[in-house]
Design a binder for this molecule. Structure first.
Ligand code: SF4
Ligand code: SF4
Length: 94
């Protein structure tokens, strides 16, 4: 993710959440480095590996179905889930 001036935002998950919450409260608009991300449900095996990698809980494990659901409204397009997915179901669009 980058600020309007092009500076990057990165760090540990907990710090990342605190920082992005703070910036939003200050009215600062965060701009993702990529345009879009989608979950390819035809590839996804609901293994859950991406859930722990997602800093915003855009990916959640629904119980009792044990399905992994993607909520684009919560996604900040950080890309953390992409390398964690063994079947490459999380797809970035630049
Ligand atoms: S890109 Fe992936 S890890 Fe990052 S917020 Fe969106 S769903 Fe979560
Ligand atoms: S890591 Fe990939 S296969 Fe596993 S639940 Fe997430 S999107 Fe689906």
């Amino acid at each position: 993710m980058k600020r309007a001036d092009g500076a990057g935002v990165s760090g540990e998950e907990q710090d990342y959440r605190r920082a992005t919450d703070y910036l939003r409260q200050m009215g600062i608009r965060l701009q993702p480095l990529v345009q879009d991300i989608r979950k390819n449900d035809e590839r996804c095996t609901d293994c859950g590996a991406c859930v722990g990698a997602c800093p915003t809980e855009a990916l959640v494990l629904e119980r009792p179905s044990m399905k992994v659901l993607f909520n684009p409204e919560e996604c900040v397009v950080c890309g953390e889930c992409v390398p964690t997915c063994p079947v490459r179901a999380m797809e970035l669009t630049f």
